[in-house]
Ligand binder design. Structure first.
Ligand code: BG6
Length: 484
């Protein structure tokens, strides 16, 4: 199989917050990898913009360090880094004042795609959007890229949408959820809508339940200040898990086109029922030899923010009525492992009798690490001694099946940035989608705040609090093991 790099048009990409953490960890190394892969065409420019007093040379040193630290050089030939750096510039820019904007404007070229990446806190979105217009940088075809968190609740998300809408059309706004850029997340659509095998069974009649797990081993680290105001619900469920849920549950869009896909996702979010508080388990990790507990990490001994959440949800529509969706995500868990498991119902009648036990088909889609799919099928246990049944996995690791191409696939940020340059919004969230997600999330958060709910402590390195296991046990079901 030959890896295909679809070139994009030459572009001018301005990164506001160009010296920040996200730019250093993800955006700049990602752009460098695209450059190495031959996807960033000659004549493109990357312009870092931030308040720091740097010149081009100083910024290039910072970019080179970021690439060395956060990976990006593997597939590159000698000398490529210098070639890449020659397309990198820096303009000291004041998001809240007038400094730097005229110079920034003088660097923009009329015949190139213009993209402005707002890698800054949402409180600056309005200032940047307004100045892009006032100083003449924004053209009708320019794109802006905004990061999560897109608001803190429905009201703030609406306010942000309204602010951006004063200056940009919805077709120019790219709201990033990096989960949508992950290879296997897109594969969900390929598996569902590219195969005849699964879709006829993809409904409440055949599916017993669906589990979505995004488990992390890391704690909140140095992000305590931000995280403690968010918690797992706002940080992960409202966006990443919600997007996974949409892709697994949505109706087939007529075309793989931005609004066709986003219309279907929106319908799923709007069909989500409010969640009964008995069906939500919140947790906080305790301390162990490897690190402090959550409350120490966020430096608030009384914090009631959750670093883990598990919940049972229902989608009220024709396809899914009666099929529970169990979601869980947390930090400092046993393994970094994300998967979606579609657990099919028992066969209606066992011709093998009660002794054969209970067997179920499970389609597990592993998002990370070791992306792939497993389908558990029931077979006869080999050997004499009667008909004993056994579940064995048909296991496909994409890396094994696809070889080096699977490993060279661009990471989420790289792919999404290239989509911005191409002008393809399919993998970005539309304003109404984000608002609908907050409209579902807000009452759940308000509910536990009103009840003064205190998260349960769980052991780091575990699968979360005991109550989360009970959430499933009560229904006669079991979480799949969290394992890498
Ligand atoms: C981010 C969250 O959006 O996603 C982090 O803010 C989380 O808290 C991260 O750790 C997980 O992303 P990934 O790609 O490592 O699964």
């Amino acid at each position: 199989m030959v890896s295909r790099v679809i070139p994009v048009d030459p572009f001018d990409l301005v990164i506001f917050g160009g010296t920040g953490d996200l730019a250093r960890r993800k955006i700049l190394p990602g752009l460098f990898r695209r450059f190495c892969a031959g996807q960033m065409p000659e004549g493109s420019q990357i312009i870092g913009a931030a308040r720091s007093e740097l010149d081009d040379a100083g910024y290039r040193d910072m970019v080179a360090d970021a690439i060395a630290e956060f990976g990006g050089q593997q597939a590159c030939e000698a000398g490529t880094l210098d070639a890449f750096l020659s397309s990198v510039h820096f303009v000291t820019t004041d998001a809240k004042g007038d400094g730097g904007w005229v110079e920034l404007n003088s660097k923009m070229r009329d015949d190139k795609v213009r993209a402005f990446y707002f890698s800054v806190g949402p409180s600056l979105f309005g200032d940047l959007a307004e100045r892009l217009h006032r100083f003449g940088l924004a053209t009708p075809d320019s794109r802006i890229v905004v990061e999560k968190p897109f608001g803190h609740d429905l009201e703030s998300a609406k306010a942000l949408n309204a602010t951006l809408a004063q200056h940009f059309d919805e077709t120019q706004i790219y709201r990033i959820d990096h989960y949508l850029g992950k290879e296997t997340v897109q594969n969900l659509m390929a598996v569902r809508f590219g195969n005849m095998l699964f879709e006829p069974l993809w409904n409440a009649q055949y599916v017993d339940h669906i589990q979505i797990t995004v488990a992390e081993t890391v704690g909140v680290g140095g992000r305590g200040g931000y995280y403690d105001k968010s918690g797992a619900m706002r940080d992960m469920v409202q966006n990443h898990l919600m997007q996974l849920l949409c892709l697994i549950a949505m109706e087939p869009p007529a075309k793989f086109e931005p609004d066709a896909v986003r219309d279907e996702k929106l319908k799923v979010i709007r069909a989500l029922e409010p969640v009964d508080w008995h069906h939500i388990v919140r947790g906080q990790y305790g301390a162990d030899d490897d690190g402090p507990g959550y409350r120490d990490d966020v430096e608030d001994p009384k914090s009631r923010t959750e670093s883990f959440i598990a919940m049972k949800c229902h989608i009220s529509n024709w396809r899914w009525a009666g099929t529970p969706f169990y979601l869980r995500t947390g930090k400092r868990l046993k393994a970094r492992a994300s998967e979606i498991a579609v657990v099919f119902k028992d066969a209606p009648h066992s011709i093998f009798g009660a002794d054969a036990g209970r067997h179920r088909n499970v389609l597990a889609i592993r998002l990370q690490p070791n992306e792939g799919m497993t389908l558990d099928v029931t077979i006869k246990e080999p050997g004499p001694g009667g008909m004993r049944l056994l579940d064995v996995p048909l296991d496909m690791s994409f890396a094994d099946a696809l070889g080096p191409d699977a490993e060279e696939a661009p990471d989420a940020y790289e792919r999404l940035i290239m989509d911005v340059i191409r002008g393809n919004q399919t993998l970005f969230m539309r304003g109404d989608e984000v608002e609908a997600a907050w409209a579902w999330t807000d009452p759940l958060i308000e509910g536990w705040q009103a009840r003064n709910d205190v998260p349960k402590t769980y052991d780091p390195g575990s699968s979360g609090p005991e109550d989360a296991l009970m959430l499933m046990h009560r229904d006669g079901r079991k979480w799949r093991e969290v394992k890498a």
